[in-house]
Design a binder for this molecule. Structure first.
Ligand code: PMV
Length: 340
């Protein structure tokens, strides 16, 4: 469980994990269950006082930096002065691995720390509001997982309720799921995409006559998946991932590059699927123990960028205050407009 963010003056530094969605992406936007696992790829953001607002050494422009702009207008007051934010990240952008959620939660945690600190449930609520404002659509699954760390379910399972969030029409219950401690292979296809476009396209697909039937199938696979992961029934998890992928393909968010990566890793995987919004982005696979190296070779030969990951046991948190703030990221990290 993530600790509360304590009051902290500038300079301060925040670290947030990335995430993969094991079951239920897209369906969660329509109130159905989802299972997310935070991974040990991290984004770190250093905050220090400055005359103006800056991101990675450049003036922060609202059009170029929608997440920072949303966080600033919701959580900051000019009375506090300017802030210079430097971001370094191992989470590839627009890849379905939670870089936007990590960035949103880091901004929310950093600004909230200066303003007096914040409890995890309010941090999750604020981070969702900022991601929603910048992105226009979506569920609180990604931001809640990144705040909580470990493994969490949304709208399903029987674990402890961490918090409940709503946006008026929709309501989401976020619960703790116990971490089975497995190794996962994540492979980025190199095809960036916009979460909001994929979410809108799936919304149109689910409005067709067979939409309710598809949503029922998403729901049943995700509920079985939440139970199988939480009770460490590995033999059940792989086939459920395959079934979830077939549904995602049916609603139109697979991509030839994702299918090529899935074909490449399947001989050594217990199960595999696209993860996140799809239409590009990444896959996640549960690899047969001992075959991780072979799986990464297969993924690389198929043109992907592989990451062997484990669960991050911690969510967003302050890592340091005072001297030692993180160094500036390379220039191409300075645009927050197309994360995912
Ligand atoms: O691709 P990502 O990391 O932005 O994940 C999106 C998950 C969706 O279910 C497609 C959208 C959402 O907000 O839950």
């Amino acid at each position: 469980m993530s600790a509360a963010i304590p009051l902290s003056p500038l300079p301060l530094s925040v670290r947030s994990p990335g995430k993969v969605i094991l079951f239920g992406e897209h369906a969660v936007v329509h109130g159905r269950p989802e299972l997310l696992l935070t991974v040990d790829l991290y984004l770190q953001a250093g905050f220090s006082s400055a005359p103006e607002f800056e991101l990675n050494g450049e003036p922060a422009a609202a059009r170029k930096h929608p997440y920072l702009s949303a966080a600033r207008s919701s959580l900051w007051s000019d009375a506090y002065g300017g802030v210079s934010i430097d971001v370094v990240s191992r989470i590839p952008r627009a890849a379905g691995l939670g870089s936007s959620a990590a960035f949103c939660t880091a901004l929310t945690a950093g600004f909230s720390a200066v303003r007096g600190g914040v409890e995890p449930s309010l941090l999750a609520d604020r981070s969702f509001a900022i991601e929603r404002k910048a992105q226009g659509v979506g569920s609180p699954g990604d931001t809640s997982a990144v705040v909580a760390g470990g493994v969490v379910s949304v709208n399903g399972g029987s674990g402890t309720i961490l918090w409940e969030l709503s946006d008026g029409d929709q309501h989401w219950k976020v619960r703790r799921v116990s971490d089975p401690g497995w190794i996962w292979l994540v492979v980025y296809s190199g095809v960036p995409r916009q979460t909001a476009d994929a979410v809108r396209a799936v919304g149109r697909r689910l409005a067709e006559p067979d939409g309710p039937r598809l949503l029922e199938q998403f729901e049943s696979v995700a509920l079985e998946g939440i139970d199988a992961v939480g009770s460490e029934r590995r033999e059940a998890v792989g086939p459920l991932m395959d079934r979830n992928h077939a549904l995602l393909r049916e609603v139109g968010v697979s991509h030839p590059r994702l299918e090529a990566l899935l074909d490449a890793v399947r001989p050594v995987a217990e199960g595999a699927k696209l993860t996140g919004a799809g239409a590009g982005g990444s896959i996640v696979a549960l690899i047969r123990p001992g075959h991780e190296v072979e799986a990464t070779r297969r993924a690389r030969r198929a043109g992907g960028v592989p990451y062997v990951v484990r669960t991050s046991s911690t969510g967003v948190g302050l890592v340091a205050s005072g001297p030692g703030r993180v160094r500036s990221a390379p220039r191409d990290d300075a645009d927050d407009g197309a994360r995912g």
